[in-house]
Ligand binder design. Structure first.
Ligand code: ADP
Ligand code: MG
Length: 700
């Protein structure tokens, strides 16, 4: 049986070499097995018949009974097309062909009743259907009609060359005839029983030829589960291999640095979430395997202190640690903040960025190499070949979405035994999704904000209400608060954006004139030193308003700033809006975020504004974002194979994903190498899939 499924697709009756070639090139269908795993995108109701006067311009697929009463060829500059007038007792419409005109002309029967099927569009007040599927009514009635007729994924070329949905459907029928629908079960009996899953062959039959809505639902569930289950098996296996293969430095002891800091110098009590996360990190680093952990925590959840204490553990065990940030501003802030916190501990902490002077840079390089420098904080400058460590034990990367996997690995290739890696991100990804996407990372989540934070109040205002917004700003400044005003600058090279920013800055400077007010500006075209000094002026309270681009998106910490105004907010993505909002709400005062937009908003923009004003919860926002954008933009998804899913949808099917994860973990706990007799088929399928997807290639 399994051999039969390996048969090249052109041997299927009705396919042949030409169609076989098309299927291979267009759809990646090489053999029987590929065709049976071509799952319908959706199902349409072919029991419903429309009248021509019921048609609406919805672009939906409809089925109509009627006759062709006239047919003609229309010559145009662009080429010929064939146009037929199709009529029923309620009206007339046009059928149009651009391809295969000769065949249609010769075979189409005038004044005979047909059932036509396809997408209707309106043009010049008349409906038309291009390349309809057509069947004589007599034939149509002989065929068994299911209320759920599958629609298969297709390409323009396939349709053009006559490989329509109906043809694919026929091929599928033929395939089931030739194979007798004997498909081998791939899941272990225990799982089938526990989850009451229908057998593989029943599932495949019903996904292509649904006998009832109920069976279709069961078939979909079973096949989605199976797909996600095998991906989870691979991700988890890969993680196990990494843990066994990649050596790391075991940090065996908790020493003076950590203990003294914890007992005497912590500026506040840790939240329970921070404690839990620290414990997870400590456990990991205590093992002789390399830690590869993602630390997720919403903006302001307190990741920095966790980073510091993790670095202290490295120091306690005689190692160096580094912290890498995506921008100079951020690296600077970390340096200032961490030096302050660690002051009583007598640690040598330094900053290394692109603007570090040659003389100091030289000293830093030396001290890193001879081991007298304990903690280095910096930007990409840390990745340069000249930077050599005496013994780097822990590398922390802040805001990882700015760094690629390659850069990460560059950092840890600097040593024979790689350092433990902790990646901190404030762009939350729904937990189940994160687990299934980054099977190679362990995940810690700080899911609790420090106590006493007042939730930020967020409102949406139209540009027309600007005067009121300005009055609000004056009031807040009057109370001693500071204000951010952020402009979109997607790309520094975009002249329009830059002009908007400068115009904005000028008009704000006019509306908030010296000497009563003072306004700072920071943007990507400024030199790092300039940027830095403007940031300093603002954070020291010397200016009231900071006009900026998304340069300030990450990490900036000015607790006295209580208002965040986002201009052209409709141009920002949800996670970016949330990040920006996180710049305020860091002090004891009530903070506000004002989203300014024009009047015309797309549906998606409306949802984004509505979501932002409704919730402050980064995870909830991430879920909405994911629904709006799909998983395409998520980091790492390109490699993980999770995007090439055939039937499941990681966003819509996240419950099934969780279930699959749970069962994969359980199975591998009992039988890590899948060698038990009852896991024999499972193992074979697993090996086949792994070979095909080359999943071993992307270990970071
Ligand atoms: P993020 O996770 O966004 O990097 P930070 O580490 O910058 O957050 O912390 C945000 C602010 O909260 C800082 O001012 C920090 O000192 C403060 N903070 C962190 N943890 C606590 C805590 N447990 N209790 C009180 N304040 C805290
Ligand atoms: Mg931070």
């Amino acid at each position: 049986m399994s051999n039969l499924l390996e048969t090249p697709i052109e041997y299927l009756k009705g396919v042949g070499p030409a169609r076989g070639e098309l299927l291979r090139k267009e759809m990646g269908i090489h053999k029987y097995a590929d065709l049976v795993n071509l799952f319908p995108n959706r199902y349409i109701d072919r029991t419903r018949y429309y009248k021509i006067n019921e048609l609406r311009n919805t672009n939906a697929e409809v089925q109509i009974v009627g006759r062709v009463i006239h047919i003609k060829t229309v010559e145009q500059k662009k080429g010929k097309r064939l146009v037929a007038t199709f009529s029923d007792e309620t009206g007339e419409m046009e059928l149009v062909w651009f391809q295969g005109q000769k065949w249609i002309r010769e075979n189409l029967k005038l004044n005979t009743v047909y059932v036509i099927f396809g997408k209707c569009t309106a043009f010049n007040g008349q409906f038309n259907m291009a390349h309809p599927e057509m069947e004589l009514l007599a034939e149509h009635q002989q065929n068994l009609r299911s209320a759920m007729q599958p629609v298969y994924p297709s390409t323009e070329k396939l349709t053009q060359r006559g490989l329509t949905n109906r043809v694919v459907n026929k091929m599928m029928q033929q395939l089931f005839v030739e194979t007798h629908a004997l498909f081998v079960e791939t899941l272990p009996v225990a799982i089938l029983d526990e989850l009451k899953l229908i057998p593989k062959n029943v599932a495949l039959f019903n996904i292509h030829f649904p006998k009832s809505p109920d069976l279709l639902a069961k078939a979909q569930f079973r096949l989605k589960f199976e797909e996600l289950f095998f991906i989870q098996l691979q991700l988890i296996t890969k993680n196990l291999i990494r843990k066994n293969k990649i050596k790391g430095h075991p940090f065996e002891k908790v020493g003076d640095y950590f203990t003294s800091f914890y007992n005497n110098h912590l500026p506040f009590d840790l939240t329970n979430a921070q404690k839990r996360v620290l414990k997870e990190i400590r456990n990991d680093m205590g093992n002789p395997a390399q830690m590869n952990r993602l630390l997720q925590g919403d903006v302001g959840s307190g990741k920095t202190i966790v980073a510091l204490m993790s670095m202290l553990l490295a120091l306690d065990n005689g190692f160096q640690a580094c912290l890498m940030a995506p921008t100079e501003i951020l690296a600077n802030q970390h340096f200032i903040g961490l030096s302050e916190l660690a002051k009583p501990l007598n640690i040598n902490i330094q900053l290394l960025t692109g603007s570090t002077k040659t003389a100091s840079r030289k000293i830093i390089h030396e001290e890193l190499e001879n081991g007298s420098l304990n903690i280095i904080i910096g930007t990409h400058a840390l990745l340069e070949d000249k930077v050599k460590f005496h013994n780097l034990g822990l590398a922390i990367i802040d805001e990882q979405h700015r760094f690629g996997v390659e850069q990460r690995s560059k950092l840890w290739k600097k040593n024979e035994i790689p350092p433990h890696v902790l990646v901190m991100t404030a762009t939350p990804i729904p937990r189940t999704l994160a687990m299934s996407l980054y099977g190679d990372l362990d995940i810690s989540v700080i899911d609790e904000l420090p106590p006493g934070r007042k939730p930020i109040q967020t409102v949406h205002r139209y540009d027309a209400n600007r005067l009121k917004v300005w009055k609000f700003i004056r009031d807040e400044i009057g109370k001693g608060r500071q204000i951010y005003i952020v402009y979109p600058l997607i790309d520094v090279s975009e002249k329009m954006d830059y002009k908007d920013l400068m115009d904005g800055y000028e008009s704000i400077s006019r509306d908030f004139p010296l000497p009563k007010y003072s306004v700072s500006i920071v943007h990507g075209k400024m030199k790092p030193a300039e940027k830095d000094s403007e940031m300093q002026r603002f954070s020291q309270g010397k200016t009231n308003i900071m006009v900026a681009t998304t340069v300030i998106e990450v990490g900036v910490n000015v607790p006295n700033a209580s208002v965040m105004i986002i201009e052209s907010a409709e141009r920002f993505g949800l996670s970016q809006l949330h990040q920006l909002r996180g710049r305020v709400g860091r002090g004891a005062e009530q903070s506000y975020c004002i989203l300014m937009t024009g009047h015309k908003l797309s549906n998606d923009s409306k949802i984004r504004m509505e979501t932002m004003t409704r919730t402050n919860d980064g995870f909830e926002i991430a879920e909405v974002d994911l629904k709006l954008r799909g998983p395409g933009d998520l980091m790492g998804t390109q490699q993980s194979g999770i995007l090439n899913l055939k039937i499941a949808d990681i966003v819509k099917d996240k419950d099934i994903l969780q279930l699959a994860r749970h069962h994969a973990v359980k199975l591998l706990k009992e039988d890590p190498s899948m060698v038990k007799p009852e896991h024999l088929t499972l193992r074979n399928v697993f090996i086949q899939i792994s070979k095909k997807q080359n999943i071993w290639n992307y270990i970071s």
